[in-house]
Write a protein that binds this ligand. Structure first.
Ligand code: HEC
Length: 155
């Protein structure tokens, strides 16, 4: 009967390993976050009135396959770009994510796009928030009539 304690130890170890695997499999395990200096970068296209339209074109060509036309990614499983989590990030942070990608998670790097294009696409992403068709988010800003949402930034 000398083997019993050993098998218990093996079992305990095995369940520990299982636990560890279950933990790392959680989507929140590794936060994909832009470094502070990248996140603090101001968007040079924020005041360009053409930026959202240029960005939209790019988006429809390059990003729509994964993030879908409304940015929700609800059928493809890619990130929901309209979510409060994404919209709460700075332009600099989103720019960094688009530039670097997170290839392990399926988001390609778009460093090959000209910088201005990347800023334009980020500027376009801001319009997705306002386009919320469901209005269920309760941000209190759902029904604004202003077609240009960027006027308030820095007078
Ligand atoms: C091949 C599919 C694919 C393409 C093409 C793609 N993405 Fe993504 N994207 C993803 C996936 C998957 C994630 C989630 C990655 C993660 O959570 O780590 C993501 C995440 C993001 C995020 C971060 C969201 C967050 O949670 O902070 C942004 C911003 C983003 N994508 C923008 C874009 C833009 C802009 C384009 C086009 C220039 C684009 N993506 C093209 C698949 C794609």
């Amino acid at each position: 009967m000398g083997y019993r304690p050993l098998s218990i130890a093996v079992l305990a170890f095995a369940s520990l390993v299982c636990l560890a695997i279950a933990q790392t499999a959680k989507p929140t395990a590794d936060k994909w976050e832009a470094p502070a200096d990248a996140a603090a970068k101001p968007n040079p296209e924020a005041k360009n009135p053409d930026a959202p339209a240029v960005g939209r074109k790019l988006y429809m060509r390059t990003c729509v396959g994964c993030h879908e036309e409304d940015g929700s990614g609800k059928d493809t499983g890619a990130a929901n770009l309209r979510s409060p989590e994404v919209q709460a990030q700075s332009d600099g942070a989103l720019f960094w994510k688009v530039s670097n990608g997170n290839t392990a998670a399926g988001m390609p790097s778009f460093a090959s796009l000209p910088e201005t294009d990347r800023w334009d696409v980020v500027t376009f992403l801001r319009t997705l928030k306002d386009a919320s068709g469901t209005g269920a988010e309760g941000s209190g800003e759902g029904k604004k009539d202003s077609p240009q949402g960027h006027k308030s930034k820095g007078h």
